[in-house]
Design a protein around this ligand. Structure first.
Ligand code: ZN
Length: 474
């Protein structure tokens, strides 16, 4: 856009310079000795609220005494008719025009809603920087909201009004104010919650309908345990309890007790760290018959695996088989509530997917899931802090769901697996259950220890972090 403007200015210049006899030749000639910077910057000389070459011409006319300017107009435009600067080309004019546009002071917001009795200081900005020149604030209805000379607004009574500021170009900038009743209560979306170290939680507050409080202040009783930012996003830092308080201008507050835990994955301490290990993982279940077949074989070889389960599948006999897996020492991870790809859903939906699955798993096994696997392995970076568990991808993909052939799946496991591998299968297929039964027996006979993902990480010296993605451990 600037380039376009530059081109226009340049074209006008070329045009006027090359035909000096036409029109305001004399004035236009003077553009090559354009006026001083102050003059241009505050010089919307023709009063059309735009700064253009025309203004420069107009100013030249004033300076040459060919036009008169009213004192009112001079004041509004902050015209300083003294001094000349040697500005010789259109580039400089164009740059000055760009600067000028940035000098419009603006309110940071255009509409705010305050509670009766609340204060708000209207900060002026230009080009997203604080605006430091003195401006005049005027309230159009002082019985609804008052404003002092520093821009501090006080909400006096219920209704709507606006605060007006006149900028140096004589243009008004307006902040609309709605004043509502003062709240009589405030509530948070949770009073008590458990977060895993590293997990984030967004606190939301509610006040009585029809009331308003522009500002919320969030504080923590212990920032070593949990911090909170000005938007109410809590970050779990270390184990323990912290109380997060949300308060508003009239002294009301609500609190949420945050209990920070670290993932309490069960790790067998009697494994042999010198022997190779593999983590078999099964997604999309539980499925009572096929998951049960795999559990039978794991039990026979005193082995463990990890099941990434989908919340909607945890009911009836599937729920029982999941409890059995947990009781056998297998690891239970979440694979979301309904297997939506993160790339297809909003953050709010992703949080629901994560949290619903967590509670369903807790209900089935008695423990929260210790790991998370992304549906489809599809990650959305900004969602990961809300997962609340280490995120486990895989390094060996059997593509069992595609081939649906037990010997092909068995061969893939046997051929591709290695010490430290995380193997992906799906325990909802009979072909996979058969392949897994055979692979478990063969891997054991080759000297592998079949372990959970958390055990593999532990023995390979990894410290799993909530919200981080892992592929394998070696
Ligand atoms: Zn899946």
């Amino acid at each position: 856009m600037l380039n376009k403007r530059f081109l226009c200015v340049l074209l006008v210049l070329i045009f006027v310079v090359s035909i000096p006899a036409v029109g305001h030749a004399r004035e236009i000639d003077e553009i090559s000795q354009a006026p001083d910077l102050q003059l241009i910057i505050y010089g919307d000389a023709n009063g059309d609220n735009k700064i253009s070459l025309e203004d420069v011409i107009e100013i030249q006319l004033y300076k040459a005494g060919l036009k008169t300017i009213t004192p009112e107009r001079a004041k509004m435009a902050d015209l300083d008719l003294s001094g000349d600067a040697d500005l010789s080309d259109a580039v400089i004019i164009q740059q000055l025009c760009a600067k000028l546009i940035n000098l419009y002071p603006q309110f940071g917001k255009y509409d705010i809603t305050l509670g009766k009795g609340e204060f708000y200081t209207a900060l002026m900005t230009n080009a997203n920087q604080p605006y430091n020149r003195k401006v005049l604030y005027i309230s159009t209805n002082e019985s609804i909201a008052e404003v002092d000379s520093n821009g501090k607004i006080t909400a006096k009574s219920i209704g709507s009004t606006s605060i007006i500021v006149q900028n140096p170009l004589g243009k008004n900038t307006q902040l609309n104010i709605t004043v509502k009743a003062a709240p009589t209560y405030i509530k948070l979306n949770c009073n008590n919650c458990t977060l895993v170290k590293g997990e984030k939680l967004d606190l939301e507050s509610y006040i009585d309908e029809g009331s308003a409080a522009y500002k919320r202040d969030f504080t923590t009783s212990d920032k070593k345990i949990a911090t909170v930012d000005k938007h109410g996003t809590v970050t779990a830092k270390s184990e323990g309890n912290a109380v997060i308080r949300c308060s508003i201008y009239n002294g009301l507050y609500a609190e949420c007790t945050v209990n920070v835990t670290s993932t309490s994955a069960r790790i067998r301490k009697d494994l042999d760290p010198t022997k190779p290990m593999i983590a078999l993982t099964f997604d999309d279940g539980p499925n009572s018959a096929t998951t049960g077949m795999i559990l039978d074989t794991l039990k026979k070889y005193n082995s463990r695996a990890t099941f990434f389960v989908v919340g909607t599948r945890v009911y009836g006999e599937n729920k029982q088989v999941l409890k059995r897996a947990y009781d056998m020492g297998c690891e239970v991870g979440s694979h979301s509530y309904s297997h939506q790809y993160f790339s297809n859903i909003t953050l709010a939906e992703a949080k629901k997917e994560i949290n619903k699955a967590k509670e369903i798993i807790k209900d089935a096994t008695g423990a929260y899931p210790t790991l998370f696997r992304l549906p489809g392995g599809i990650s959305v970076k900004s969602y990961l802090p809300y997962v609340g568990a280490p995120i486990i991808n895989w390094s060996v993909d059997t593509r069992d769901w595609e081939v649906l052939n037990s010997s092909a799946v068995y061969n893939s496991v046997m051929k591709d697996s290695y010490d430290g591998a995380v193997v992906l299968m799906h325990d909802i297929y009979g072909t996979t259950a058969t392949a897994a039964q055979n692979a478990i027996a063969s891997l054991i006979s080759r000297g592998y220890q079949l372990v959970t993902v958390s055990e593999l990480a532990y023995y390979k010296g990894y410290k799993l972090e909530s919200g981080s993605i892992y592929y394998h451990f070696r």
